[in-house]
Design a protein around this ligand. Structure first.
Ligand code: ZN
Length: 331
């Protein structure tokens, strides 16, 4: 009964692409026990946190289950979607969230990042505790104990390096695949719920309602000029832009965010900025990590220049070949 395991050791050091595809095929098939959406949401959370691992490919539960809790909250509370294959029952994590919602009388309109930090932490702690029992061992068991090892005491998992490289190379298609299967599950078991635009809801379930908190950090030391075109910008026209598009990373790390004018932000959209800008972002990030309070941030602690370069190259490898340049650059 691997789903109840407290510690799981890695039983293979090398996996071929074919073996890893076979594992994913199994997880998404009816052969795997998927009575709830847990496995899909765990894979989605792993994909969101691919670049939050340290140099040993370790990932803390605090970041992993922060994504998991956010996705679950937005599905269960914001979109009112059932997460289990029985209409008269509720998944454990679903029950936890509904209890919190009722205790604090939270309206369903509130998305996760609009909740107070204290409440977010309370939810993440409760969800982590539950997922240690139900979730960590389930995918581990489904994949023959090969894609990661985990330690519920240390609250950490470590990815198999060949699996990690696979996730980087196929990140985009894995995201589509996971969203598709999650939406399919939700469509099947939410006859009474609102399933209009379901795939769109699932695709956007991780999106923040606002990037203001990042603007505050970046604007504190950043000249009020657009990162791309150099045009002077007023606060009301300043946009926080994902240097590597959000549609690829599905995450908001400070080291991937820049301040841009609205014209650049809108014309760039989800295209990849010209590689010329990569060195400038790296220089900017080196300035950022020199500031002690910023270096302590969860997203900056594991940042390296190589990581950003890799992310750039992997976004090209994943099909982001439409390269963008601003029309005019003011020097
Ligand atoms: Zn601009």
């Amino acid at each position: 009964m691997s789903y109840k395991l407290q510690v799981g050791e890695m039983k293979a050091s090398y996996l071929t692409d074919r073996e890893i595809w076979a594992h994913f095929n199994y997880i998404f098939s009816s052969k795997s026990k998927n009575s709830t959406t847990y496995k899909f949401v765990l894979i989605k959370s792993l994909l969101e946190n691919l670049y939050n691992v340290n140099e040993k490919l370790e990932l803390n539960y605090s970041v992993l289950f922060s994504s998991f809790s956010k996705i679950y909250w937005n599905l269960v509370i914001h979109h009112n979607l059932n997460q289990i294959n029985m209409t008269d029952k509720k998944a454990e994590v679903q029950r936890i969230l509904l209890k919190v919602q009722s205790k604090y009388q939270i309206p369903h309109t509130l998305v996760f990042d609009r909740l107070s930090i204290e409440l977010q932490i309370e939810i993440i702690n409760k969800v982590t505790k539950r997922c240690k029992i139900n979730v960590m061992g389930a995918i581990y068991g489904d994949t023959g104990c090969t894609i990661y090892d985990f330690d519920n005491g240390k609250e950490q998992l470590r990815l198999n390096s060949t699996f990690y490289s696979f996730m980087q190379r196929f990140q985009r298609v894995l995201n589509y695949l996971t969203n598709y299967h999650l939406a399919l599950f939700l469509e099947k078991f939410n006859e009474k719920g609102d399933i209009t635009n379901l795939l769109l809801k699932v695709e956007n379930v991780s999106k923040r309602s606002s990037l203001d908190q990042f603007y505050h950090v970046l604007s504190a030391f950043y000249s009020s000029k657009c990162f791309y075109c150099g045009k002077a910008i007023k606060k009301e026209n300043a946009h926080v832009d994902h240097f590597i598009p959000w549609s690829f990373v599905q995450a908001d790390q400070l080291w991937n965010l820049v301040i841009a004018c609205s014209a650049c932000n809108l014309s760039k959209s989800d295209k990849l900025a010209n590689k010329l800008f990569l060195e400038t972002v790296i220089d900017r990030n080196n300035t950022l990590i020199a500031i002690p309070e910023i270096r302590k941030r969860e997203d900056m602690r594991v940042y390296t220049n190589t990581k950003l370069k890799d992310l750039y190259d992997y976004s090209v490898e994943n099909g982001f070949t439409d390269v963008w340049m601003p029309k005019k650059i003011i020097i």
